[in-house]
Design a binder for this molecule. Structure first.
Ligand code: OGA
Ligand code: NI
Length: 355
């Protein structure tokens, strides 16, 4: 059979089930493939699981300490007893599933390849700039302040706006609790991070990874760090997320009712490199579609970001120059996921000693 080539379909969902081989524009060069047999499976000790029950009670300092250690050593942790109702989570996952099952013509109403759009359905990562495509479709929504964006969102499934708004509000509550805890873990005032984000911003993606006939040849998303402050990831019950630890990719298998939290580039800057924005990726599989729903919490575009003054001293000189989040974010989308993290572009010449 001839190798399939570029498709006339805009979305992968409408192509994936019709091909027996991965089309050539999705195939990675040999030195940039997932090597799935070499991936380690996470056990309880690899990515910390933190129980947030008692954060405002007797376990306060224990939890702050666990969060601080996880941010410093892992850049990733999972949380349970996080305060987001199970029903809200299930409705969100179902809404995403139903959205991606809509007829092509209905889904395409939200399609755009312009990353500056605040509501858009697209595919891969940035179809305008990338050389190799990724095995993913995604609906990206800005979601804070809600009233500014909710009228742009899809109206199909009919309860989409109401259900997703409920999820966003509940997740924002969790983020604000985590930001207080993380500020405290850095020895900063509890409201330090909150105050440094300007008017705040919250985006989310509904990621849809169709089954893939040759998962060894391509990625759902190649290795990257998240450009925002902190990410709260909800995944369904199909594995796919992998995190780089000690130079090895580790699979983070789903635990129902937990969120995966990861430190983004802006937190690494604020903490003056004490907390780490760690490389992660999404791989695909032959059998099952996968849905993941990351919430990206961000500074507002005008917020001036730099290392906290309290974390700069003789042994830890400022590792970054100050910049606006708008400057950073633009570089991220332009540069794509193919190269190293954008943080290097904002580094000072200081060589900070490690913590
Ligand atoms: C992302 C991401 C991981 C996943 O969207 O930034 O890292 O499991 N997603 O989908
Ligand atoms: Ni990510």
């Amino acid at each position: 059979m001839a190798t399939p080539t570029a498709s006339t379909k805009l979305l992968l969902s409408d192509l994936a089930s019709t091909v027996q081989n991965v089309p050539s524009n999705y195939i990675r060069p040999i030195n940039d493939r997932p090597n799935l047999t070499q991936v380690e499976v996470s056990d309880a000790s690899s990515i910390p699981l933190i129980d947030l029950d008692g954060l405002y009670g007797p376990r306060h300092s224990e939890i702050i300490q666990q969060i601080g250690l996880a941010c410093q050593h892992d850049g990733f942790f999972q949380v349970k007893n996080h305060g987001v109702p199970e029903e809200t989570i299930n409705i969100m996952l179902n809404t995403a599933r139903r959205f991606f099952k809509l007829p092509e013509s209905e889904r395409l109403k939200s399609y755009s390849d312009d990353p500056s759009k605040t509501t858009r359905l697209s595919t891969s990562f940035n179809v305008k700039t990338e050389k190799v495509a990724n095995w993913r479709d995604f609906l990206r929504l800005h979601c804070y302040p809600l009233e500014r964006y909710v009228h742009e969102w899809p109206t199909n499934p009919p309860s989409f706006r109401e259900d997703v708004a409920e999820y966003c509000t509940s997740i924002r509550g969790l983020v604000l609790r985590l930001l207080e805890a993380i500020s405290e873990s850095l020895g900063l005032q509890r409201d330090y991070i909150d105050k440094s984000l300007g008017k705040h911003a919250q985006h989310m993606a509904l990621n849809y990874y169709p089954p893939c006939p040759q998962p060894e040849l391509t990625y759902g998303l190649p290795g990257h760090t998240d450009p925002n402050l902190i990410t709260i990831l909800l995944q369904d019950d199909v594995p796919g997320l992998q995190v780089l630890r000690n130079d090895k990719w580790v699979a983070v298998n789903p635990i129902p009712n937990t969120f995966i939290i990861n430190i983004g580039d802006q937190m690494q800057v604020l903490s003056n490199d004490r907390y780490q924005s760690v490389l992660h990726r999404a791989v695909v599989n032959c059998d099952k579609e996968r849905i993941s729903i990351p919430t990206f919490y961000c500074p507002s575009p005008d917020a001036l970001i730099g290392p906290a003054k309290e974390l700069i001293d003789h042994n830890h000189p400022a590792a970054y120059t100050d910049f606006t989040y708008a400057e950073y974010y633009e570089k991220f989308w332009k540069r794509g996921l193919e190269t190293d993290c954008c943080l290097d572009m904002f580094k000072t010449s200081n060589t900070a000693s490690s913590f």
